[in-house]
Design a protein around this ligand. Structure first.
Ligand code: FSO
Ligand code: SF4
Length: 548
């Protein structure tokens, strides 16, 4: 049986990738990812029982979020890494099982995922057949299990970034284990799983809040900033992904070397943090959203560090300049290991290579503005409230989420362009690249595109909405003049969506297509309870949102 993956928006024919991923994921890698998730479910079965008996295992917790993160779209394409991870997972699971058995009988029937054992790649490949998505026959149960798993994957990514900065919340680990173990339980009906999916949204809010706390306590509150999108004359290192600790360590290690540092894609918001802005060799942002990296990495000329997704299969022309770190990986690409204990990572190999490279080729020039996270927007609160009261701002549009390759995503550029001039876009995530360089002007000094930051900073947009609800003394967040037109791509967008649902936001429009993993009945539940909808034409949607 060949692979079956439908976890992202680019799933083949909006159904599933079954021969090879549109993302470049090969059949064997997809199956190893399925097996790793299966092993994590088995670990979760014991972790839950362990916790009830006071056995909290730091290594298991870390292994769980790392493993989940590795399986997110465009994160890790290195087969050997998955094989090692599965081996380590089985050993950890057995250690935990023995510990729990030592504290009394194990409760309930032990699922196969918690007892299966294998050692070789051939055994892993054999086992991977029959443990993937299609192992659940009922379409609705399968859909809800996967929705839950994807939400947990997104949560795991944010949890890992917070952990890297020393911030943890045991409740998040507990829910990851509870949710994963629940997907093994055939006694759970659709309603139970819907309940877990909504609970996942609650933990999604908590994970994003924790990461917000980690980022802002470590690097200060993002400030409204102008970011250079042109180039300088020195050789440069391009840093992509979401991990701010990697950003800090790279800036520290490149200081005084004559190398400039540029951000790419989701690292753009690093330019808004006071702790990073102070570095003279931090030169700005280079390029656009992840899917254009083939052309842009070629032109950058210097080394590129991928701290998280989205990585796409690199071309030969720049392959030797790409480095992965953290959860990312790619066969044949150099990987920068974690530092020992609290030690920083060692980026010297990248810096040495950069010294021998040409400066980046200019692909754009000028500046963009961003840094409208919750604290910065709150400092403008009076102005914003005044503009709403006077009618200068009629409506806000939350257009957070992700960008992607599909041609149909030009919808978002057109949507932004055609929105009435008395509207403001609130954005976060790489979705912004579809409209953050348009000349959309401002309203009484408030730019019409307010970028809060990375996809996890969608949390900021929720905080802003809740604050406005308070200021306008409204009972319901849905009474605010805010519409939600979200573009999604991978599993972090799933946790952002579940978090918004948990906060009570209704009538979210999701595009460019609805997730392939949602069965018709599950879509029905989301439509009935939350008013979730897809998108149609720009003109029709704008008229609908503006109540015309
Ligand atoms: Fe984009 Fe990729 Fe941040 Fe995602 S770079 S698509 S939702 O990884 O995480 O927004
Ligand atoms: Fe296909 Fe997306 Fe899965 Fe890649 S992650 S195999 S593109 S569904």
């Amino acid at each position: 049986m060949s692979m079956f993956c439908y976890q992202c928006q680019e799933a083949s024919k909006n159904s599933a990738c079954t021969i090879k991923g549109i993302c470049g994921k090969q059949n064997d890698l997809a199956k190893l990812q399925d097996l790793l998730i299966y092993v994590l479910k088995g670990i979760s079965f014991y972790a839950l029982q362990g916790r009830q008996r006071g056995i909290e295992n730091e290594r298991i917790n870390r292994f769980t979020f790392e493993g989940l993160f590795m399986t997110i779209t465009n994160t890790n394409f290195n087969k050997d890494r998955f094989i090692d991870q599965i081996k380590e997972g089985l050993v950890l699971r057995e250690e935990l099982r023995r510990k729990i058995a030592g504290s009394g009988d194990i409760e309930g029937d032990i699922p196969e995922a918690a007892s299966w054992w294998g050692e070789t790649e051939a055994e892993f490949m054999d086992k991977s057949v029959g443990v993937g998505i299609l192992a659940t026959e009922n379409e609705d149960i399968r859909s809800l299990r996967e929705l839950l798993i994807y939400g947990i994957k997104g949560m795991a990514a944010y949890t890992e970034h917070a952990y890297n900065l020393g911030y943890e919340d045991n409740n998040l680990y507990q829910f990851m284990h509870k949710g994963l173990a629940a997907t093994l339980d055939d006694n759970l009906a659709s309603d139970d799983l819907v309940g877990l999916v909504l609970e996942c949204g609650k933990y999604g809010v908590d994970a994003m809040a924790l990461l917000d706390q980690a980022n802002t306590s470590s690097y200060g509150q993002p400030e409204i900033s102008r970011v250079n999108i042109g180039v300088r004359n020195n050789p440069g290192i391009l840093i992509s992904g979401h991990d701010l600790r990697d950003m800090e360590e790279l800036l520290l290690q490149t200081e005084g070397t004559g190398i400039d540092v540029y951000t790419h894609c989701e690292m753009l918001p690093a330019n808004y943090y006071p702790a990073f802005k102070k570095y003279a060799h931090f030169a700005g942002n280079y390029g656009n959203a992840w899917w254009q990296q083939n052309e842009e990495f070629e032109k950058f000329n210097g080394p590129i560090l991928m701290t998280t997704n989205c990585i796409i299969p690199p071309r030969e022309s720049y392959r030797d300049r790409v480095y992965t770190t953290g959860s990312t990986g790619y066969e044949g690409i150099k990987h920068i290991a974690d530092g020992k204990g609290l030690e920083p990572k060692d980026f010297s190999i990248i810096i040495e290579q950069a010294k021998k490279c040409l400066p980046p080729e200019a692909i754009e020039q000028g500046e963009i503005i961003g840094g409208f996270a919750h604290a910065a927007v709150m400092s403008l609160a009076d102005k914003v409230v005044e503009a709403v009261k006077s009618g200068a701002i009629k409506r806000f549009f939350v257009m957070a989420g992700c960008d992607g390759r599909m041609k149909s995503r030009s919808y978002y550029t057109e949507f932004a362009r055609q929105l009435p001039p008395d509207t403001v876009i609130l954005t976060a995530g790489c979705a912004k690249y579809r409209y953050n360089k348009l000349a959309l002007g401002d309203i009484d000094g408030i730019p019409r595109v307010l970028d809060a930051g990375q996809c996890n900073d969608s949390y900021s947009l929720a905080v802003i909405a809740l604050k406005l609800k308070e200021v306008f003394e409204l009972k319901d967040i849905n009474d605010l003049p805010i519409s939600y037109n979200i573009s999604w791509y991978e599993q972090k967008a799933v946790i952002v969506l579940l978090a918004l649902l948990y906060l009570g936001v209704k009538n979210i429009h999701l595009g460019p297509t609805l997730p392939a993993f949602l069965s018709p009945n599950v879509i029905d539940v989301l439509v009935k309870n939350f008013g979730i909808a897809g998108i149609s034409s720009v003109e029709e949607d704008i008229a609908l949102f503006m109540g015309e």
